[in-house]
Design a protein around this ligand. Sequence first.
Ligand code: SAH
Ligand code: SF4
Ligand code: F3S
Length: 471
Amino acid sequence: MAKQMMMPPDDLASRWEYTNKIRLWNQECVSQRKVFVQTFGCQQNEADSEKYLGMAVSMGYKATDTPDNADLIIVNTCAIREHAEKKALSIIGQYKHIKAKNKDLIIGVCGCMVAQEHRREELKMKYPYVTFTLGTASLHHLPRVLWEAIESKKRLITTDSDVDFTETVAEGMPVRRGSDYRAWVSIMYGCNNFCSYCIVPYVRGRERSRKKEDIIAEVKALVAEGYKDITLLGQNVNSYGKGTDTDFADLLAELDTVEGDFWLRFMTSHPKDASHKLIDVMAGGKHIAHQFHLPLQSGNDAVLKAMNRHYDMNRYMDSIHYMREKMPGITVTSDIIVGFPGETEDQFEDTLTALKEVQFDMLYSFIYSPRKGTPAAEKEQIPDTVKGNRFDRLLATQNEIAKEKNLLLQDQILRVLCDGVSKGDPGVYSGRTEGNKIVFFKGTPDMVGQFVNVKIDKTEAFALWGEIEKT
Ligand code: SAH
Ligand code: SF4
Ligand code: F3S
């Protein structure tokens, strides 16, 4: 099918031209126009939203934390499970009332959900107050698309033009970060793995890595600004640099030489790319957090094969043993899907056995959700009641493991990056450990955004408690 509208080649100059046009248009407005960004989905989307907000602010909008008084609403959507899409559509539905009060309101729906044609069609037909859509690979085109919408007063729900995955990685977008001590740094985009259940390769396109120099410059600048917890992001972060003369372990080793007091983490890794070289770099690093999120998905080899994961339990356990040998005390977390089509009771029990064997510190568990266009969605599905029952058993098993793992931290003094006052109790502060575990302690306002030492005196499956240890 011919493209309805061709993307102009991306160059920074044309982006700034549109940015300036909108800035001038905004300056003519008596009261400053406001932008609200609503984010669903993973850290990658959060990082993208910081760019949407950064671009909008550079176009003269003022950030607002409520959609009610916004002149521009950007909804950054997720498509990973049906629930994520339903939630986004329901929120978009609520914006109808805001549009009714402000006819000049511009609503842009961006992110993974709108990379699917059937969802764009749905937005076009059933959500007439949505102004434009923008795919994940085209976020840097926001100024142009927004200007076209303002000028033409037309809706720009394009069929395929806003998803161009062949583009090179765009640099130079302004970023409005949500924190001044924790930062996301996207280092690669897209995914080539096509796990049979997953929509990501279809909505985020093929793997593209940023240039090493650009990443190093960004991390150096963040550390110089005082950022203390930097997370490198990618759908398949450890396949960074494939097809070039560098790899993820090399990048990490180089970033580790940046001077300063900070933690460096990364997510999400694919077990097939979790090399010994990477683990060696982590173990020898100065700043690299001893934390590994390594999604297992299932503990049964036949299910892993049907999921197209390209590793088996042997390969997975080799990585776990090697990282624990090199970094005793490392925090290991994972993702599991229950109810994948065809998963038998015995195969599910293999997953429970794997959990007991690996002893994850924490688990993100998901009930399989069929995704239109993926191979697994075509298979015969498992009844919801069976899925629900397996999910409950998975949680119960993991709960016991997490409790035992955290008990090992009793009486230890842990370095914690303080986030602020915990909800509910003004004297109690919370923070995160190197392993990303949440800790509660009595603190003071000056501790926010700083490292503190906390002696752990109570532990549960999902949190730790302690007292500040004066040095
Ligand atoms: N790139 C990452 C994960 C991205 S999605 C990786 O490969 O590990 C995050 C998690 O969502 C996945 O690890 C998987 O456990 C879960 N997930 C993905 N597709 C799903 C689906 N269709 N139904 C339920 N869970 C899913
Ligand atoms: Fe999805 Fe698999 Fe790619 Fe992760 S590696 S994003 S689960 S296709
Ligand atoms: Fe969702 Fe897209 Fe992330 S589908 S999980 S927001 S990559």
